[in-house]
Design a protein. Structure first.
Length: 212
């Protein structure tokens, strides 16, 4: 660190004054302040006393480099995806929902069975049978089926048999031949006979109707 210096120079000529002033300006610009004293002498020329006394010590600080922090470019922020916008609902959705009308029940149509046409009718004796292997039309005899035997009626003819004593009736299908006993025209299966009377009776007079 440089110490304080004090120098006094006396110039007697105007040129020297100008030069001294220039030096003072230069030193002031460079960082040293000089004091210029003008002293008037008793001689023919005016003397100028220049006191070069640095008021401040030479700066020992090195000029610091400008603290310029390079700007760090921010990483490009991710572009936010456009928020999904709900499409405008259809106008029908904005309306109050009402329950759909229930379909009207279809009117129930009752199936009416046409009354069977009676082709022939009469009265005769009837019995029943429960044994047998084959019927006259080739079927296996089934005592639980509503069938009957007749001497002449075509197979599969329907005959309605009624017990006049209690009004019970049964419709049977002819699939066999018989009975071969005088006074009897029908031989019913056990199930058909039991539907109009007790099997303990064995035989009874019935009313028959041949249905077409």
């Amino acid at each position: 660190m440089a110490g304080k210096h004090s120098r006094t120079r006396i110039f007697s000529s105007p040129a020297g004054i100008v030069a001294t002033a220039a030096v003072g300006v230069a030193l002031a610009v460079g960082g040293t302040v000089g004091a210029v004293q003008l002293v008037s002498g008793s001689g023919q020329s005016e003397q100028v006393a220049l006191d070069l006394a640095p008021t401040t010590a030479a700066s020992s600080l090195t000029p610091s480099s400008p603290a310029v922090t390079p700007s760090v470019s921010a990483s490009p922020s991710a572009t936010a995806s456009p928020s999904a916008t709900r499409s405008q609902q259809a106008a029908s959705r904005g309306k109050e929902r009402t329950s759909s009308p229930k379909p009207k029940p279809k009117p129930t149509v009752k199936k009416t069975t046409a009354a069977a046409k009676v082709l022939d009718s009469g009265s005769c004796g009837a019995s029943f049978y429960s044994d047998g292997q084959l019927t006259a039309n080739g079927e296996s005899f089934n005592p639980n089926a509503l069938t009957a035997a007749h001497k002449t009626l075509p197979f599969n003819t329907k005959v309605r048999v009624t017990n006049p004593a209690n009004g019970k009736s049964v419709t049977v299908r002819i699939n066999d031949r018989g009975p071969f006993i005088d006074g009897r025209c029908l031989d019913l299966s056990r199930a058909a006979f039991a539907s109009i009377t007790s099997v303990d009776v064995g035989a009874l007079t019935v009313r028959y109707e041949v249905l077409g």
